[in-house]
Design a protein around this ligand. Structure first.
Ligand code: SF4
Length: 308
């Protein structure tokens, strides 16, 4: 069986930074370090950090007084920052700088008196964080129908921002619906919202031209991993999201001569290797990487973790 690996796949710079923040915090301050929400959406990553002494909580009320606390890569609402400050918790913020950039775009539009629309998925922690960072009401739209239902006059000064794990292609129909409906609409250049989302989606499209089955390595609650699976499916290739090799179903491989593998931005390469091993247990496998975009982006760590 021929196996093609998408390039790029797996960890993005925001995920690398977030994990490193927890690891360095554990080294510097010693365990336990408290992390609000899964640092990134991947069970393997969370379990490895738990083994080193990280404790994951969903609510700051679960953090004991004075305990070092990390905010996850998805970002948090201002109320969470305020609660941490009121309780005097020492906080390390692992919010991805690209998510912070979206927060800042939203604040800028609002300060100019614009009504803000966020294109994203209801209930996702990044969306909750973004809605809670901008000072004022934000209208969440998930699809074109939501745009039609917005209870706003057509000449309202509007602006939109988007969840980072949506790509240009994911948002273009919604943006054009907004443009059609509202006469005064502004938005950021969405091509540079998140390089990693765009690159992984382009790579899976390239992959879909070579293979007859796509395996996306990632967590069921990972937005960007789910989107990669959907893109494979939209390209007409049976595509499955699996956490690791144990979830590989041999039935899927029945007619597959060429299998493509990619991984969501929060999935470590060790899990891709695990899937390849699972394929090897079924039959001989030849692995090659599909040439794709090289990534060399790195985000700086918080100053207190770099010095000494
Ligand atoms: S997917 Fe993009 S926005 Fe999300 S953590 Fe990675 S680099 Fe940051």
């Amino acid at each position: 069986m021929q196996v093609y690996l998408a390039q790029p796949r797996g960890f993005c710079a925001g995920v690398v930074r977030a994990i490193e923040i927890v690891e360095r915090a554990l080294e510097k301050y010693g365990p336990p370090v408290y992390v609000r929400h899964e640092i990134v959406h991947n069970k393997y990553v969370v379990e490895s950090l738990k083994a080193k002494g990280a404790i994951f909580v969903e609510d700051l009320s679960e953090v004991p007084p004075r305990a070092v606390t990390v905010f996850s890569a998805h970002g948090v609402a201002r109320t969470v920052e305020e609660e941490a400050a009121a309780r005097g918790l020492p906080v390390l913020n692992a919010t991805c700088p690209l998510v912070t950039k979206v927060h800042n775009q939203g604040k800028r539009y609002m300060s100019k008196g614009r009504t803000l629309v966020l294109i994203g998925h209801a209930g996702h922690p990044e969306v909750e964080g973004t809605m809670g960072q901008v000072p004022g009401p934000v209208y969440l739209v998930q699809n074109v129908a939501d745009v039609a239902a917005l209870p706003l006059p057509l000449d309202t000064p509007m602006a939109y921002i988007t969840q980072t794990t949506l790509s240009v292609d994911d948002t273009k129909d919604i943006i054009s619906a907004l443009q059609t409906r509202f006469t005064d609409l502004q938005g950021p250049d969405i091509r540079d919202i998140c390089y990693a989302t765009q690159n992984r989606q382009s790579a899976v499209r390239d992959l879909s031209r070579l293979v007859d089955l796509i395996l996306v390595v990632g967590a069921a609650n990972s937005s960007n991993s789910n989107r990669l699976r959907e893109i494979g499916t939209e390209a007409g290739i049976p595509s499955y999201l699996i956490a690791d090799g144990s979830e590989l179903n041999p039935v899927w491989l029945k007619d597959a001569k060429a299998v493509g593998i990619t991984a969501g931005a929060s999935a470590p390469e060790v899990l891709v290797d695990d899937v390849i091993q699972a394929l090897r247990r079924i039959g001989p496998v030849e692995v090659s990487v599909v040439p794709g975009r090289e990534e060399n982006i790195e985000f700086r760590l918080p100053a207190e973790l770099v010095a000494g």
